[in-house]
Ligand binder design. Structure first.
Ligand code: 13P
Length: 250
């Protein structure tokens, strides 16, 4: 299956002045990792994060980008700007951005294409609300989110995309999906990609689980055949917890 990737999503936490030391602390704890380790930070923390990650096995990601190359888009940050800094990953379409900042499947698709065209690895987030899960439409919704994210992307680029399955009801709630629930949807996502591009591409794509993943539950989730990593919120803010999760990804 896909390459194992454990990525932290700091969200709107940590200061630029804390970032260098924190990334160094993480790097010291994950130097023997057998998976890819990524810290996704706020824009203003990226420069010190990249600096601290130099010469380590930690990669740095952003939490968003704009889909245009440049121009009159006050407050926005382009893929070129991120790549120029040495950023390698970018989270796209996190449910918080869909909910609070009007991200849609269309903007997710535009951003995913832009990231790929600039050599950034997109971590595309998909996930259902509790209401949708209870209505029995989880896989219909996720399937649509995945298909729309991949519109206009060829198989070679598709294989580079990371999909993060993050059930909205499990984010920041302490309520994790069971390993079986997470595996069921991640397997479903892989089947959707297989339908679009064939089995080889589907196997190459990294599919992460995210939503209250922590040092205690990571091993069970990561043991599932279709879960190739995690997108970690709260637990990525503590280097010890984050490194335990990294250690569980084998
Ligand atoms: P928590 O790990 O804090 O639940 O957040 C998950 C998440 O949204 C990662 O992108």
């Amino acid at each position: 299956m896909g390459k194992y990737i454990i990525a932290g999503n700091w969200k709107m936490n940590k200061l630029p002045s804390e970032t260098y030391d924190f990334v160094k602390e993480v790097a010291a704890k994950v130097s023997n990792a057998s998976c890819e380790v990524v810290c996704c930070t706020p824009y203003v923390c990226l420069a010190p994060a990249v600096e601290a990650a130099k010469g380590t096995n930690v990669k740095i990601g952003a939490e968003n980008l704009h889909f245009e190359d440049k121009g009159a888009f006050t407050g926005e940050v382009s893929a070129d700007m991120l790549a120029d800094l040495g950023v390698e990953y970018v989270i796209i379409g996190h449910s918080e951005r869909r909910q609070y900042f009007a991200e849609t499947d269309e903007t997710v698709n535009l951003k995913t294409k832009k990231a790929l065209s600039k050599g950034l690895v997109p971590i595309v987030c998909v996930g259902e609300s509790l209401e949708q899960r209870e209505a029995g439409v989880t896989m219909d919704l996720i399937s649509m989110q995945v298909k729309k994210a991949f519109i206009g992307i060829d198989a070679a680029d598709a294989a580079k995309v990371v999909i993060a399955y993050e059930p909205i009801w499990a984010i920041g709630t302490g309520k994790t999906a069971t390993a079986e629930q997470a595996e069921e949807v991640c397997a479903g996502i892989r089947a959707v990609i297989a339908g679009l591009y064939g089995d080889d591409t589907a196997k190459a794509v990294t599919i992460q689980y995210g939503g209250s993943m922590n040092a205690g539950n990571a091993a069970e989730l990561l043991a599932k055949p279709n879960i190739d990593g995690g997108l970690i919120g709260g637990a990525s803010l503590k280097s010890e917890d984050f490194s335990v999760i990294v250690g569980a990804a084998k």
